[in-house]
Design a protein around this ligand. Structure first.
Ligand code: NDP
Length: 485
């Protein structure tokens, strides 16, 4: 398929601009590494201009004094526009990120729902009155935090942008979004739709460019009041250091090494399907990937045999092809990193059950494909057993007792997500309380709603995205104390 290379601009202060240096970045299709778009390669200058625009817009009466119900109506309109543009946005996502069109459509639908959910909360952000000694009135005001910077990674470009963009606007903030340099297309489209929905000038800015230049300039800017970062723990630490210098509020969503725990009484057919999808969706490039599966010894052999057989029949192919069940990974360097982990696994003595290579099909050689890969006999000391691979590689381990599996599941530095497979209520709730993870799912996996909190324990992050709870990251509390004497 021939794709016309689009020339795009970035959105700063209501205007569509090129980079002041004139530099551009070529966005490529991960299924063949052919160019699909040219995007401005922003510099520190654009980062500063965007923060300045957001800072001014914050004080403009048009935004500051807007009825919160009207903010909600703008977000509702944005949600409708995202739904109306679903096909185009899904296509843009697949062309630059590689995931299948079916997955992209799911992500766009999720983004639309996020705007709809937070639209409904815009006029329900309430302070309280607090009982104090007589002849006094004490109350709190919930004010917008201010200018929020959103650093969005490349694995879920539209969904991760929407999940912070929506609550930020609902609470009356002004935003500067920096999509990943690899996958900026849907964020730019979301910028266009925000303007169409009625967001005033400067309230939404989308700056394209690298994390090293634009990202670091944004998170170090003194005029920024909040940073919402999703990405690696290593970059998260750098962001936090930069934020500490200006005492800027941070919300971090970092990595995961998430366990499935399959008890013998589970619906094993269903568990096999979800364990497979839990690692091979989005070619495994997910902070919430189920990258470790602990299977009880009494059902181990049959479970692994079924899982490996089903994995071997998966169809790899370009995300744009309807028959593809798994697309490529986002870049050549990711492909190399993942295949490096496979080598480490073999060297460290894990048993490779399937996959582990680039596919042999000649038509897939120009893309960044990695076969769906399963290892068994993996221990927590092996690199593949403890590091976040961020690719289609599953580690399987056998367990005997509940105490043993809880200890293995909790032994990583991460604590984002965990799946428990059992029909026994007592086991399910016992595991939910003992697992160190911000989200525990029972008999389901890869499920999160805009209304349910999502955030990590340990090195998986700080704070929560989604749900009413996330609004506390986008508001400040002011206490007003009135003497009535
Ligand atoms: P990074 O953490 O480096 O990138 C995530 C985001 O941060 C991108 O938008 C990136 O921009 C930006 N960024 C990079 N450096 C800075 C900086 N100094 N200041 C501000 N922003 C910055 O991840 P990588 O893309 O390098 O991926 C490496 C690993 O990170 C993956 O293998 C995976 O383990 C993990 N990861 C986790 C994600 C998650 O969902 N939790 C998402 C993505 C990665 P740009 O891409 O333009 O450089």
């Amino acid at each position: 398929m021939t794709v016309q290379v689009q020339k795009l601009k970035m959105l700063i202060n209501g205007e569509w601009l090129e980079s002041s240096t004139g530099a551009t970045t070529s966005i490529v299709d991960p299924s063949n590494n052919e160019p699909v778009a040219d995007v401005p390669r922003g510099s520190k200058q654009e980062a500063r201009a965007a923060v300045e625009a957001a800072h001014e817009a914050l004080a403009s009466p048009e935004w500051r004094d807007m009825d919160s119900a009207k903010r909600g109506r703008i977000l509702t309109k944005l949600s409708t526009l995202v739904r109306e543009n679903m096909d185009e946005m899904a296509r843009l996502e697949t062309l630059s990120q590689g995931k299948t069109l079916r997955e992209s459509k799911g992500d766009v639908a999720w983004a639309a729902r996020a705007f709809e959910y937070f639209a409904g909360l815009a006029d329900k952000i309430e302070g309280e009155t607090i009982p104090v000694p007589p002849k006094r009135l004490d109350y709190t005001l919930k004010e917008p935090l201010g200018v929020t910077v959103h650093i969005v990674p490349w694995n879920y470009p539209i969904a991760i942008a929407a999940r912070s963009w929506a609550p930020a606007l609902a609470a009356g903030n002004t935003v500067v979004v920096k999509p990943s340099e690899t996958t900026p297309l849907t964020a730019l489209k979301l910028g266009e739709l925000s303007v169409k929905a009625g967001v005033p000038k400067g309230v939404v800015n989308v700056v394209t460019g690298s994390g090293a230049e634009v990202g670091s300039a944004l998170v170090s800017d003194r005029k920024v009041d909040g940073i919402i970062f999703t990405g690696s723990s290593e970059t998260g630490r750098q962001v936090m250091e930069a934020a500490a210098k200006n005492v800027t509020h941070v919300l971090l969503e970092l990595g995961g090494k998430n366990p499935h725990i399959v008890f013998p009484d589970a619906d094993l057919g269903r568990a096999v399907r979800y364990v497979k999808d839990g690692i091979f969706t989005n070619a495994g490039q997910m902070c919430w990937a189920g990258s470790r599966a602990f299977i009880h010894e009494s059902v181990y052999d049959g479970f692994v045999k079924d899982l490996v057989a089903k994995t071997k029949t998966m169809r790899l192919g370009p995300g744009m092809e309807e028959s593809s069940e798994m697309g490529p990974v986002v870049s050549r360097s990711r492909q190399e990193t993942i295949l490096g982990y496979v080598k480490d696994g073999i060297q460290e003595g894990a048993k490779l059950m399937c996959g582990g290579n680039q596919p042999a099909e000649p038509r897939l050689r120009s893309g960044n494909f990695v076969e769906p890969t399963i290892f068994e006999e993996v221990t927590g000391e092996m690199k593949i057993g403890c590091e976040e691979i961020f690719g289609p590689v599953l580690s399987i381990t056998k367990f005997r007792t509940t105490d043993e599996v809880v200890s293995m599941a909790n032994e990583t530095e991460y604590g984002l997500y965990a799946g428990v497979w059992t029909k026994d209520l007592k086991t399910a709730h016992d595991m939910a309380s003992r697992l160190q993870a911000g989200v525990v799912t029972i008999n389901e996996f890869l499920i999160t709603f805009p209304s349910t909190p999502f955030g990590g324990y340990k090195e998986s992050g700080i704070g929560h995205e989604n749900g009413i709870e996330t609004l506390r990251h986008y508001t400040r509390t002011k206490n007003v104390s009135v003497n009535l004497n």
